[in-house]
Ligand binder design. Sequence first.
Ligand code: GLN
Length: 278
Amino acid sequence: MPAQRIADLLRTAATRIGGETPRLDAEVLLAHHLGCTRGDLLLHPDRAVDGESFQALVDRRAAGEPIAHITGRREFWSLDLAVTPDVLIPRPDSETLIEVALRLCAQPPARILDLGTGSGALLLAALHEYPAATGLGIDASPAALAVATENARRTGLAQRAQFQSGNWGEGLAERFDLILCNPPYIAEDEPLSPEVRAHEPATALFAGADGLDDYRRILPQLPGLLAPGGLAVLEIGWQQGRAVSALAAEQGFLAEVHPDLAGRDRCVSLRLSCGGTE
Ligand code: GLN
């Protein structure tokens, strides 16, 4: 195949990719392929490049594979994270949890726990914001722990991040000032984009008939894991604010529901209602 203009490659790739964001997808893939930025592509539309091996990436995207699996990375809270099919792809919506933690922590937390850390996104973003803190990320999946460990290394946070295998907070003998958690919360029969269903780990997505199974496991553990005055922030499905707040109240928590940028409920913040609250 002869060299082709960047502008032409992008146009044909976008047509082949289709879906919701074909042009953006084509740009991200070509920038990844050429090892440059999207800005570089747009500045040099007439540059001729060898597009042959690029077609394989376009084919994968056209077949529905997530961009993050093709490039092997995704940005979260400005951190460049490695992503594999073993972890949930970090979503911009989950940055809401970090914003809420930053807003509600009266003083910087010294010790941070991330339950179900996956790629490590939440823990690493929090450690990035709190330079004096150290943190622990728990996951049941050894493959996910390997991704999180690699992400701690590549974000320069390995000194302050530790990862270990576990079943949520079971067996932890320590207390934390800030607990973050993005558990699975999709109900088994809930409609879900075929791309997510086919490519992302079911264990990170589904949580029983009503999507609440893992909150029922996690919430009873939290009073024993939170330091006095500590804060927990849990991601929720947009219709789960009431149900999760009620489950949290059973454990003695005061719950507050927070929306994401789209205005949909995205997380609950929890503080123990007796002792330790401001
Ligand atoms: N927000 C994800 C989605 O809807 C689900 C993440 C989760 O279950 N924790 O694809």
